[in-house]
Design a protein around this ligand. Structure first.
Ligand code: ZN
Length: 288
């Protein structure tokens, strides 16, 4: 049957209108998507050995450029963290953690070194710290008097621990003091998602930081089913980080952030916002 009462001309106008309408909506959508999701970088080293890779002004510009609005700031030695705090940057939440290292070699020995515990206590006197870390600990190395003292000191002073550790060491840290609050650097690297889920469910005060964490995306950049499931089950337990432990990580800082945004975009917006910045804000903005 022929359509009655409508000339070919009016049909064309309708189509034109429809195309214009879709174009306008599309433009509005894209304008929203142009603003990249805000990121809190919860694993940042602003090392100062003896100078930082980027000056304070340069590094602050880098954060602004990549819309990083918060950082968990650490430095070896702690000089870099002091400089970031002294800068009092606008539009950037700096959350300082005490790095228990003077030089890189301390990574291997801090857990048996009474001098390091003194360093932590001295540094704490600055009054602005929110945590201790990142420190490295593996398996039974966590089972020392000095590690227990460090965990107890953190709990007594309402500090988070930022632990680069395997699951065994995380369990030992939690056993030292069940009130410990631990940010798990790298979330076990390649540990199975089943085991990560088991740890998150067993320890409600454990958060997974995702730098260098494998398995989140497949070879084509698509979020894997097991990580999607983990994020949906524990949306409030994950954080992002750059882990600028060597200069090359500063050189590729923008790519690291773009990599996070690529898989965050595949999650429901609410969960993406929690992982990108909301969880870190909740941890560090809450009353102490
Ligand atoms: Zn690190």
């Amino acid at each position: 049957m022929m359509a009655s009462g409508r000339s070919p001309g009016s049909a064309a106008r309708s189509v034109a209108f429809l195309i214009a309408f879709v174009f306008v909506i599309g433009t509005v959508d894209r304008a929203g998507a142009d603003e990249p999701i805000e990121i809190f970088d919860a694993h940042l080293h602003y090392n100062w050995e003896p100078k930082p890779y980027y000056s304070v002004d340069e590094v602050l510009a880098l954060f602004k450029k990549h819309r990083v609005t918060g950082i968990l700031a650490t430095s070896r030695p702690n000089t870099g963290t002091h400089a970031l705090m002294d800068a009092k940057p606008q539009g950037l939440q700096v959350v300082p953690f005490i790095r228990p290292y003077r030089v890189r070699a301390d990574i291997q020995t801090w857990f048996g070194d009474p001098f390091i515990f003194d360093l932590v206590q001295d540094e704490f006197k600055r009054g602005y710290y929110r945590g201790i870390g990142e420190f490295h600990i593996s398996g039974r190395n966590a089972d020392t008097e000095w590690v227990k003292k460090t965990v107890d000191f953190a709990v007594a002073n309402d500090l988070y621990l930022h632990a680069h550790a395997d699951d065994i060491a995380v369990e030992i840290l939690m056993r030292h003091n069940p009130r410990a609050r631990i940010i798990w650097a790298h979330t076990g690297f390649g540990l199975s998602t089943d085991r990560v889920a088991e740890m998150l469910s067993k320890y409600p005060m454990l958060w997974g930081e995702l730098s260098y964490r494998s398995g989140i995306v497949d070879g084509s950049g698509k979020l894997t089913a097991e990580w999607r499931a983990l994020f949906e089950r524990y949306p409030d337990r994950f954080l992002l980080g750059s882990d600028t432990w060597i200069n090359e990580r500063w050189q590729t800082y923008g790519e690291t952030m773009a990599g996070y945004r690529a898989w965050l975009a595949q999650l429901p917006p609410k969960i993406a916002a929690q992982i990108a910045n909301g969880n870190a804000k909740a941890l560090f903005t809450a009353a102490r």
